[in-house]
Write a protein that binds this ligand. Structure first.
Ligand SMILES: [Zn+2]
Length: 279
């Protein structure tokens, strides 16, 4: 009798523990729903005080700061693309409400206005650079937040602060010509030629980054968000673990590596704060 009661007690305790485990896990990772961790990504470009320059891709430092305050007050924590990769591949956790701030094209004014704000709010940001823009910068000449780009020296300093992650926005595909729109396939181009073209351009910037910064990008950011059906497989083959699009929406990050491709982003123009699309 005593043995039976004891056994029953053990079974009941075991059942209680089993029932408790998922509850504890849910509490720790409350942002994880059955379809993944919700990760909004915001797309910025230039940050300038000049009122005449403001527009779809240019916000003021005050607007950027108000976004940061809003996100902080709403309980968001900024992460890098690498943090998503570590979550998917390396078993690392994400904060309860992750958000990613991305800045495309590598403007010098990011150094000027973004970095001090990142330090002030202890936030992280991702800058996606264009190789030809960086190569054209000459640190010995006068440089201006209105039109200069980050030099390799600037980027080296930014990475060392720990607040910035640098990603690949192509070496020389950030342009629309009569025959090609960004990284899109040309009309009538063979798959082999398209693959060779993407490889030579994108890997040129990867190699430059390794030479100048000692690190390679883990994500490719499509210039203008332009891509073809064939782009994704080619870029994956090059070793990129994530790609960023310009399609708007919230990402759901699961343990499936496929979820890191064609990540969605919200463009944040002048006069439309993040509060209008992130709650
Ligand atoms: Zn761009």
């Amino acid at each position: 009798m005593f043995y039976t009661v004891k056994l029953k007690t053990v079974i009941i305790i075991a059942l209680i523990i089993c029932a408790l485990v998922p509850v504890v896990a849910c509490a720790v990772t409350s942002a994880v729903s059955s379809d993944g961790v919700a990760v909004p990504i915001i797309m910025y470009h230039s940050v300038l005080k000049n009122q005449r320059r403001l527009g779809k891709y240019v916000v003021t430092p005050d607007e950027l700061e108000s976004d940061m305050k809003y996100l902080r007050d709403k309980g968001y924590t900024t992460v890098f693309i690498q943090d998503l990769i570590d979550y998917v591949y390396n078993g690392k956790t994400l904060p309860e409400k992750p958000v990613i701030l991305t800045f495309d094209d590598g403007y010098y004014n990011n150094n000027y206005y973004l970095l001090p704000l990142l330090k002030k709010y202890d936030m992280k940001a991702v800058i996606s650079i264009v190789g030809t823009f960086a190569d054209a910068e000459d640190e010995t000449k006068t440089r201006n937040p209105n039109f200069s780009y980050l030099s390799w020296g600037d980027m080296d300093e930014l990475i060392k602060t720990g607040y910035i992650e640098i990603q690949n926005h192509s070496y020389d595909m950030h342009k629309i010509t009569s025959s090609r729109n960004g990284a899109k396939m040309r009309k009538g181009e063979s798959l082999a030629d398209y693959e060779a073209f993407l490889n030579s351009d994108i890997m040129k910037l990867q190699n430059l980054m390794e030479e100048k910064l000692g690190c390679k990008a883990t994500a490719f950011v499509y210039p203008f968000g332009a891509y073809s059906r064939e782009s994704s497989d080619i870029i994956k083959k090059m070793g990129f673990l994530a790609t960023l699009s310009c399609t708007e929406g919230v990402n759901k990050i699961t343990k499936d590596p496929q979820c890191l491709y064609m990540l969605k982003r919200y463009n944040r123009p002048h006069n439309k704060s993040v509060a209008s699309f992130i709650k």
